[in-house]
Ligand binder design. Structure first.
Ligand SMILES: [Zn+2]
Length: 287
């Protein structure tokens, strides 16, 4: 568990794309972005500051922009996921300032609408309208999480002599990107249960609880579990290591399940009830 101070790495290669850094192509990179979490929550708290190339820095900032805005938004009843007073303020500001890459509109205007039409009996039709929260594309969430995992892995075994750190070893496998309403789903629970006893390499909570990360290593195999949580609202779980070990791990995960509904026009809708996770059952980031 790192202490409450900032760590500054004097690195000479970009931790993300591995190019050599020089004053012409580098910029300072706060791995937990200062604007990614509610304003001020990183003050006097642990963070990792290093150098990255301008290109990677820009790509990461673009991912952080809408993902931060969306993860700060309240649920459909207006309830915020965290209780920090700055969270609601920043959420309101970002709802108009950040645009969803999914809809192209402001995050505050990006709630999805799902219309389901059906026939109850002959001649009696029904229409359901569902309104949800603005959606993060899982692809973007996995991309941003990969930046976080890569930077903290780089830090873990950084060599100050040559200014280098290792890449994430082996293959990166995406397990799940999921919002808080569904942290207790079968796959998330199985991932947590199966990696709980692995050796903690880096496990921390910072930004007054708005950023968490855990890297654990399998006791015998070259396989690491990677998990991060953003703004008390959203989690990404992944693995890296030997491909055959990853395949074996993933083949043991349960199926997500769900009920399949088929419309008269041939369309299908898979509905699954989200499962919440009780605080006492949650040890994904337990040290
Ligand atoms: Zn780079």
């Amino acid at each position: 568990m790192p202490s409450n101070r900032v760590v500054i790495l004097r690195n000479r290669v970009c931790p993300y794309c591995r190019i050599d850094l020089s004053p012409g192509n580098e910029s300072t990179e706060h791995v937990v972005g200062r604007k990614f979490v509610p304003k001020g929550t990183l003050e006097n708290q642990w963070n990792l500051i290093l150098k990255a190339c301008d290109n990677c820095n820009g790509n990461k900032a673009d991912l952080e922009d809408d993902i931060s805005a969306i993860t700060m938004q309240p649920d459909v009843s207006g309830q915020h996921f965290g209780s920090h007073p700055q969270l609601a303020k920043d959420a309101a500001h970002k709802a108009t300032k950040a645009s969803s890459r999914h809809t192209g509109k402001a995050v505050g205007d990006s709630q999805p609408n799902l219309v389901v039409k059906g026939e109850l009996a002959k001649g009696v039709s029904v229409t359901f309208n569902f309104t949800g929260q603005a959606v993060i594309s899982p692809e973007r969430a996995f991309d941003l999480a990969a930046y976080h995992f890569q930077a903290f892995f780089f830090y873990l075994t950084f060599n100050p002599g040559d200014g280098c750190g290792p890449e994430l070893p082996g293959v990166y496998a995406e397990i799940q990107a999921v919002s808080k309403r569904d942290w207790g789903n079968d796959v998330a629970r199985a991932f947590m249960a199966r990696t709980r006893s692995w050796e903690p390499q880096l496990v921390f909570t910072t930004a007054s609880g708005h950023f968490r990360l855990a890297i654990r290593k399998h006791p015998d195999k070259q396989m690491w579990s990677l998990a991060t949580e953003w703004n008390e609202n959203y989690r990404v779980m992944a693995l890296c290591g030997e491909e055959s070990d990853l395949r074996e791990f993933m083949s043991g995960l349960p199926a997500m399940g769900g009920e399949v509904y088929r419309g008269a026009d041939g369309s299908t809708l898979i509905a699954r009830t989200e499962k919440q996770l009780a605080t006492e059952d949650d040890d994904l980031f337990a040290p």
